[in-house]
Design a protein around this ligand. Structure first.
Ligand SMILES: [Zn+2]
Length: 417
């Protein structure tokens, strides 16, 4: 079983807000050390010099599995510019968006290359295994540039991707083989991987325009896909069908983030917490209730709706707790704590929605014990010391665990510094 990684550490904070609301909670997959410099994604001189700088580091994903050190899968491994050139070409940021669109040829291979940001504080370099070089600098910004590359062998890129994988193996690196959810990376690297994973997945799964169905082209350093008006396939420039995304700002052109509400519900007198379980989960495993935020409702309303639909419990006050990027594939988990209405409000009824096999009120003592003895990743066996029949819960890398922990620690009673 992989050890549970640490969570991001926030700097000390004595702000008035923390005095009133308690310290901020930083969840796993947040806390990236990278400055994304999103305003420079269209600046070719910046992208070209960052890409070609000797310190540039490349996160590789193969079917979304990250490249890691073969001897230590809690650490990402990074390719160099020399390594990735056969896949990306020597100068992938040599053309403006307008030029790329004008010269678009649907028959040419188009690699997915994402600028992730620069590591200004050198937080990742102890893990990178890259040689020390003069740091990259551009205007006021200085640090190691990080890019993500889709190294999945596909169609026209198959040869180059396979050769790159061979080269990485010779360096002692391999693509993580432990399933699609790599949850053991050190926290800063997990945040970087989560971002790379979400955005490469979006690019790979959006080869066609959602508005008109024609193939699209990745621009803005991997953060936008456009629907070109012409195609140079077979050597002649052909007009393509008209498309509404070309004239206006279109949400079909940008990466998705799907908001999801996830909530720890306490009973009216604050002595119990509501947890539920799905049929496919291991025996005795429970978690907080969760569901997709729908259009046309506030987060608080989504929490009340989901809890009532799944468990019959009626929730009154809802307070936002913290949030977690969850790149499987593109969720933002919005964590909340809610309180059930007294009396009939606490009654559990599973007949509305078949999603949960069971929902139950658990005493805070039972949950406290399970947080010590019964947490693990889904799919992993219970930890040592767990006694069969005891409550099992998600690990601290999941926001569900942080919400449950906050509730048993009396988050709503005290503001803790
Ligand atoms: Zn289109």
């Amino acid at each position: 079983m992989a050890p549970t990684p640490d969570l991001p550490i926030l700097p000390p904070d004595e702000s008035l807000l923390s005095q009133k609301f308690g310290r901020e909670t930083a969840n796993y997959f947040s806390g990236s050390p990278l400055n994304r410099l999103s305003f420079l994604r269209t600046d070719l001189s910046f992208l070209r010099s960052a890409f070609s700088h000797p310190s540039a580091a490349f996160v590789l994903l193969n079917n979304l599995a990250p490249l890691v050190q073969a001897s230590d899968s809690a650490n990402l491994a990074f390719a160099t510019g020399e390594d990735v050139k056969p896949l990306t070409g020597a100068d992938p940021f040599g053309k403006t968006e307008e030029e790329q669109i004008r010269e678009y040829n649907s028959e040419e291979p188009h690699s997915i290359i994402v600028f992730l940001g620069i590591d200004e504080k050198g937080a990742l370099s102890p893990h990178s295994g890259l040689k020390d070089t003069e740091p990259f600098s551009f205007k006021d910004f200085k640090g190691t540039p990080y890019f993500a590359i889709d190294a999945t062998p596909r169609e026209k890129n198959t040869d180059a991707a396979n050769k790159l994988a061979e080269r990485m193996k010779e360096k002692g690196f391999e693509f993580y083989g432990g399933g699609p959810r790599h949850m053991a990376l050190h926290s800063g690297q997990a945040a970087m991987y989560g971002y790379a994973r979400a955005i490469i997945d979006w690019n790979a799964r959006t080869p066609f325009c959602a508005q008109c169905g024609q193939p699209t082209l990745s621009v803005n350093a991997g953060t936008k896909r456009v629907c070109p008006p012409t195609d140079k396939a077979s050597g002649e420039v052909k007009e393509r069908k008209p498309c509404a995304t070309r004239g206006t700002v279109s949400n079909h052109s940008f990466p998705r983030t799907d908001p999801t509400v996830i909530m720890a519900i306490i009973n009216a007198d604050g002595t119990k917490v509501l947890l539920g379980r799905q049929r496919r989960w291991p025996k005795y495993w429970y978690s907080t209730l969760a569901g997709f935020q729908e259009p046309g409702e506030s987060i608080e309303e989504a929490v009340r709706r989901e809890v009532w639909e799944e468990s019959g419990v009626q929730v009154g006050r809802v307070v936002l707790h913290s949030s977690q990027p969850w790149p499987f594939p593109a969720s933002l988990m919005i964590g909340a704590v809610g309180q059930a209405l007294p009396g009939d409000g606490e009654k559990i009824y599973l007949g509305h929605d078949a999603e949960l096999e069971d929902a139950k009120w658990f005493s805070l003592e039972e949950v406290k014990e399970a947080l010590v003895k019964g947490t693990s990743n889904l799919g992993e066996s219970a930890p040592e010391g767990y006694v069969e029949g005891g409550l099992r819960l998600p690990p601290q890398t999941a926001i569900a665990n942080r919400l449950i922990t906050s509730v048993v620690e009396g988050w709503w009673v005290l503001s803790k510094m």
